[in-house]
Design a binder for this molecule. Structure first.
Ligand SMILES: C[S@@+](CC[C@H](N)C(=O)[O-])C[C@H]1O[C@@H](n2cnc3c(N)ncnc32)[C@H](O)[C@@H]1O
Length: 213
């Protein structure tokens, strides 16, 4: 087990090094997140951030939604790939996190494409009327099922939903906590949902890509 962990952390470091670097502003954002928040590891990081940017680029998404802004790292990674008229609506419940994120959105040449909605994500998602091309769900695991049910009907055919933490620290193999059980149940439901096709990438804590047919 120790060897597994060692191997996987070395591979994670190698993947990080062999992935395009994030812009310097995002490196500053990481530094500030480390000094001014309690759980800086919530940032999705270089590999997943660059993956989000690449997916938005490849799908030519224009209308994006994010659940879980935190300090804005993933939002800025998504916004980088949006065209000038593109838009990301990002949901954050904690004013302290939103304040840091908004500071970096204001500093970024891509920040004008981001609208930060402070409050419960379910309220914001319920209010959305425009068809969505791309979603990133990365908060509040207990409500993952609700986010899927709310978002899928609003996503265009060919659009993509990306769920972070789909492996939940490996607990999906033997779910014990409420969160682990919910994530495993949702993975299983999505696997059987004929409206979508999906790929679960075993990178970081698991990234589930769900494409609406
Ligand atoms: C894992 S962090 C998001 C990390 C971010 N996507 C990134 O990569 O930098 C989850 C964030 O979601 C926020 N959050 C938790 N529950 C929420 C809810 N019900 N509605 C909106 N935001 C929520 C938390 O305050 C936290 O900032």
């Amino acid at each position: 087990m120790l060897q597994d962990n060692l191997f996987s952390s070395q591979i994670a470091n190698y993947s990080n090094e062999m992935t395009s670097p994030e812009p310097p502003l995002l490196t500053y954002l990481i530094q500030e997140t480390k000094t001014s928040t309690h759980i800086p590891d919530m940032i999705c990081g270089r590999v997943e951030g660059r993956l989000l940017k690449m997916l938005v680029n490849l799908t030519k998404a224009k209308h994006c939604v994010e659940v879980g802004t935190f300090t804005g790292y993933s939002a800025l990674s998504i916004a980088e790939a949006l065209p000038p008229e593109g838009k990301l609506i990002t949901c954050e419940i904690r004013p302290r996190h939103a304040k840091i994120a908004q500071k970096y959105f204001n500093l970024s040449p891509h920040g004008h494409k981001i609208e930060l909605k402070l409050g419960k994500a379910t309220d914001t998602l319920n209010s959305l009327t425009q068809p969505i091309d791309f979603c990133f769900i990365d908060a509040d695991k207990l409500n993952y099922q609700i986010y899927y049910d709310l978002l899928l009907p609003k996503v265009k055919s060919g659009g993509l939903l990306v769920f972070d933490n789909a492996l939940y620290h490996g607990e999906v193999l033997n779910p014990v906590t409420k969160e682990g059980k919910i994530i495993h149940a949702l993975n299983t439901q999505i696997q059987q949902d004929s409206r979508v096709e999906q790929v679960l990438l075993a990178i970081r804590d698991g990234v589930l890509l769900v494409r609406k047919k």
